[in-house]
Design a protein around this ligand. Sequence first.
Ligand SMILES: C[S@@+](CC[C@H](N)C(=O)[O-])C[C@H]1O[C@@H](n2cnc3c(N)ncnc32)[C@H](O)[C@@H]1O
Length: 235
Amino acid sequence: MTSSTYTARRGQLETYFDRTAVDAWARLTSDAPVSRIRATVRAGRDAMRATLLGWLPEDLTGLRILDAGCGTGALSLEAARRGAEVIAIDVSPTLIGLARDRIGPVAGAGAIEFRVGDMLDPGLGRFDHVVAMDSLIHYAGRDIARALAELGSRTDGSIVFTVAPRTALLTLMHAAGKLFPKSDRAPAIVPITTRGLARRIDREPALADFALARTHRINSGFYLSNAVELTRGRA
Ligand SMILES: C[S@@+](CC[C@H](N)C(=O)[O-])C[C@H]1O[C@@H](n2cnc3c(N)ncnc32)[C@H](O)[C@@H]1O
């Protein structure tokens, strides 16, 4: 069961990624030139994608992977090239359309099935691994933990995802961000400490069998995000 805060935030994110920011997002995730600030974000995101993919088995042949909140699908493509059967889902129909146009058929054993919808839809089935890159960062801590619990109950291997770290500087940047006109603002990112996240994960019975295996922070100019790996098989 998803909470009302989760559903409300998902609605805001759909509007933001499907309309308000769709052109900026399309450009950021392409090879087109971008401002110096956005170039730091692009570099950080490339490093984050490599980190998350590096935590999955090298050979993904035959493994079923959920790319939860896939955006324009760059991570899905790399996983499929390594042999995975990827279910790539996003709440933004426009971004899924863009991903389909950009990516086309995948060469080799892997494949991508693009879907428009909620990453927590139980109809998506079971997975060997779930990846959620920067798609949970806008949700409140308790909704992140609930989402991980739902995904965990359908995952046989690991969940690799990102959260926004809570640092003094980030808090300051958020405060500054509030000076912009409301219409230009992205839905707020909700920072969480690793300890706070671990505590919430511990409280989820569906995650009792998962261990917080590792974290890794990527900080590249205006991009700041923490990678987290949850693996099944707690000691
Ligand atoms: C910051 S973007 C990241 C996209 C992609 N993972 C990447 O790293 O390029 C976050 C994405 O998550 C999607 N999203 C957020 N909440 C979602 C939900 N509950 N179900 C499906 N997609 C969601 C948004 O529409 C958006 O495309």
